[in-house]
Design a protein around this ligand. Structure first.
Ligand code: GDG
Length: 465
């Protein structure tokens, strides 16, 4: 059996422990690595005075984790720069926030080369290589240039932008050409996959082969949608843990008979948090009878704090919730509970269960796992309602949610109103359909279908090679 080599931007040995406090993705990757054997490789998240390519190898709970440190310039140009100030905003349709600095592009190329140089000696001929996310698009090409002939796949966790936006990126052809060094490239939705194909066909002069593969730049690649899921049963069980039950109880008491809207997000401009607060304000303005009856718990954990745009969104959001609260709060009621503290996954599960409505209203999102976690955590007898942005990848699967346009404040306010008044029978019917999808298209199904795609690529290579 082939080993699996997973390459992610950041890897920490604790992720491999599969602890319940870790995200589901880390758990799924760890489980696959335990099953297939292999290595999880990536940046340690640490800075070294100079890049040396020294590998720290650790075996954690049966998973081999290999990490290397980057130097400060690498972190600045590759991670804070090209990944998070160029590709992230551009791929989330924010060309107004995109930094097109040459030094960032150079840092991105350099670090991908350095990581490939470090990883390459660890790869054995039969290994399947699975590269994760936008930080590492050129990794496959860098490995090929060093002689790796393995079956290789790339999965993009974020949207792929429309070609009209992608062409604003200097050297966009080079980035797309890099995708053709993989055997399989996976996207969250058919929509992002189609956007990639549109570029290949109309910008790169490529074609679609009879077997469905794309051909361009003298190479071929299979491009497909592999929508990511969550460990639905595992997440549901978190509600029954002592931590899950305690946070549920605490929240129910704190609600004091009121109804609660919940939002859980990394603090990021793509998540539509300001628009969400403004939609809630509009709801309370249009329906004064809801004041004191409803409040919003918004948990937004700080992220990427070295990037100026994230400092700005964080302070804008605090100012906005402060303004709304100041104008509307009463002695015994505050409309928005704006919380930045990190919670455990058990606590989150309990909070989701205690909520009446979830607001998942990103302006653009690859998938959005919070939507799926909320559904998994609901009480079947009295489930809450999911309000979901049409611009989240999850909307392609979760049709029974109340689908909204997050840019239209009144529409979101109307959907919240409808969610709050939805009869039990309708809530149960919608929840059942959503839960069936979340359970069927779960994280393990996602992982196994991608690995299966890699195995097919390896076997096809054996037949022709
Ligand atoms: C990218 C794509 C795609 C949040 N606060 C806490 C906490 N979280 C967890 C949530 C959820 C995760 O973070 C966020 O996942 P999302 O999917 O919503 O978003 P991104 O971080 O932007 O992820 C996204 C995803 O990759 C997977 O492919 O869905 O579209 O942008 O799991 O629960 N977890 C803990 N404490 C918190 O306070 N423990």
């Amino acid at each position: 059996m082939s080993r699996l080599i997973v390459v992610s931007n950041r890897v920490s040995p604790t992720q491999a422990q599969g602890a319940s406090s870790q995200g589901g993705l880390a758990m799924a990757i760890s489980a696959a690595l335990r099953e297939y054997g292999g290595i999880w490789f990536g940046w340690s998240g640490q800075a070294a005075p100079a890049f040396t390519g020294t590998i720290a190898m650790q075996k954690v709970d049966g998973v081999t984790v290999a990490t290397t440190d980057l130097d400060d310039q690498d972190i600045q140009e590759y991670y804070n720069g090209y990944a998070n100030r160029t590709l992230w905003p551009l791929f989330h349709y924010r060309i107004d926030l995109t930094a097109y600095d040459r030094s960032y592009g150079a840092g991105y190329a350099r670090v991908n080369g350095r990581l490939a140089e470090t990883l390459h000696p660890l790869i054995e001929p039969d290994d399947l290589v699975w590269v994760q996310d936008y930080h590492l698009i050129p990794m496959g090409r860098e490995l090929r240039e060093r002689g790796a002939a393995n079956a290789m796949g790339f999965f993009l966790h974020i949207p792929w932008p429309a070609r009209e936006l992608l062409v604003t990126l200097p050297r966009h052809r080079d980035l797309v050409e890099a995708m053709f060094h993989y055997d399989v490239v996976g996207f969250q939705t058919a929509e992002w996959c189609d956007a990639f194909k549109a570029y290949v066909l109309h910008e790169a002069g490529g074609t679609i082969l009879p077997d469905g593969r794309l051909s361009a730049f003298g190479r071929t690649v299979r491009a497909e949608a592999f929508p990511i899921g969550i460990d639905a049963q595992g997440f549901r069980h978190l509600c029954d843990t002592p931590g899950g039950q305690a946070s549920f109880q605490r929240m129910v008491e704190s609600k004091a008979g009121r109804r609660m809207l919940i939002g859980v997000d990394r603090l990021d401009y793509s998540k539509g948090l300001e628009e969400r607060f403004l939609a809630f304000e509009r709801l309370l303005q249009d329906h004064p009878s809801l004041r004191r009856e409803v409040f919003m718990l918004q948990i937004s954990t700080h992220s990427r704090e070295d990037v100026p745009e994230y400092q700005e969104i964080a302070s804008r959001l605090d100012a906005l919730s402060g303004r709304i609260n100041g104008a509307m709060a009463e002695m015994d009621w505050v409309p928005i509970r704006n919380v930045h503290r990190l919670h455990t996954r058990e606590e989150l599960a309990g909070l989701y269960r205690a909520a009446d409505v979830a607001l998942v209203t990103p302006l653009r999102d690859g998938m959005n796992l919070v939507a799926k976690e909320f559904v998994a955590a609901q009480d079947e007898a009295d489930p809450g309602v999911l309000v979901l942005s049409r611009f989240a990848g999850a909307a392609a699967q979760m049709r029974e949610a109340l689908i909204v346009n997050p840019f239209a404040r009144e529409d979101v306010a109307d959907a919240i109103k409808r969610a709050l008044g939805m009869p039990l029978e309708e809530r149960q019917r919608r929840w059942r359909a959503l839960m069936d999808g979340v359970e069927t298209d779960d994280l393990m199904a996602w992982r196994d279908s991608f690995v299966h795609g890699l195995q097919q690529a390896r076997d096809a290579g054996r037949q022709t090679g």
